[in-house]
Design a protein around this ligand. Structure first.
Ligand SMILES: Nc1nc2c(c(=O)[nH]1)N[C@H]1C(S)=C(S)[C@@H](COP(=O)(O)O)O[C@H]1N2
Ligand SMILES: [Mo]
Length: 218
């Protein structure tokens, strides 16, 4: 597992160096909670493609497949009987709003992936959603200890508009990586850009590096 703090600090050091050299760079600072270019909100806006899939706790299932030893196919009750995990984290949307201290509850993505037991050549994931949306991440990003496969936020079940019954939450990346209406997690050897990633959004999407678009690198 990568040392995330080190990784991010390393990238930020690079960004600051780039700034000294006169390149485009933000005031990225891990000690500040609101990344550069973001505004704090408290109303938890809704952002998606506008397609509300017909999914609820009776027809929902979650599949973990691809490069895994044990494929998982979980119905709602299977999912709800997994060990429960809570985490409070900040949520940063590329459209420039950030909400702090979101109380998520669900299952640790790491825990679920460990049950599927990724094969050694599994390096990347695609998150598939019931609205047809996809997004991609390195497998390591899902093994981070703040990643929640969430069924609740602020002690209430996720509403349909926020991705209920279940969504992914990947706090260290811009929120387009946090797939709502999660349907499946596919593991592969090579990276496959998702819905926004093929449309010019940044593949890595670190808010503190302002990696909004694919040409935002220093
Ligand atoms: N399935 C799906 N997940 C999605 C999206 C989407 O369109 N479809 N939009 C993403 C974007 S751009 C953001 S900012 C967050 C917004 O989550 P929210 O509507 O709960 O605030 O969901 C992300 N997950
Ligand atoms: Mo977003």
């Amino acid at each position: 597992m990568p040392d995330w703090k080190k990784l991010i600090e390393g990238k930020i050091a690079l960004a600051q160096k780039a700034k000294l050299l006169g390149a485009k760079a933000g005031k990225a600072n891990v000690n500040e909670r609101i990344p550069n270019g973001q505004k704090q909100v408290t109303n938890f806006p809704v952002l998606d493609l506008g397609i509300r899939p017909n999914v609820n706790t009776t027809n929902w299932s979650l599949r973990v497949y691809g490069l895994v030893e044990h494929e998982l196919n979980l119905k709602w009750m299977d999912f709800r009987s997994l060990p429960q995990f809570k985490d409070t984290s900040d949520f940063h949307c590329v459209t420039r709003w950030s909400q702090l201290d979101m109380d998520w509850e669900g299952v640790s993505a790491r825990e679920l992936l460990m049950q599927a037991n990724p094969l050694p050549n599994a390096k990347f994931v695609t998150l598939h959603s019931y609205d047809g949306y996809t997004t991609n991440l390195p497998l390591d990003a899902l093994l981070d200890d703040d990643v929640v496969i969430a069924h609740s936020v602020f002690s209430k079940p996720l509403t349909a508009e926020h991705g209920g019954p279940v969504r992914m939450v990947v706090p260290k990346r811009y929120a387009w990586k946090s797939a709502k209406w999660l349907k499946s997690i596919e593991l592969h050897e090579f990276d496959r850009p998702g819905f926004w990633e093929v449309r010019g959004y940044h593949n890595d999407a670190f808010p503190f590096l302002e990696q909004r678009f694919s040409d935002d690198d220093y």
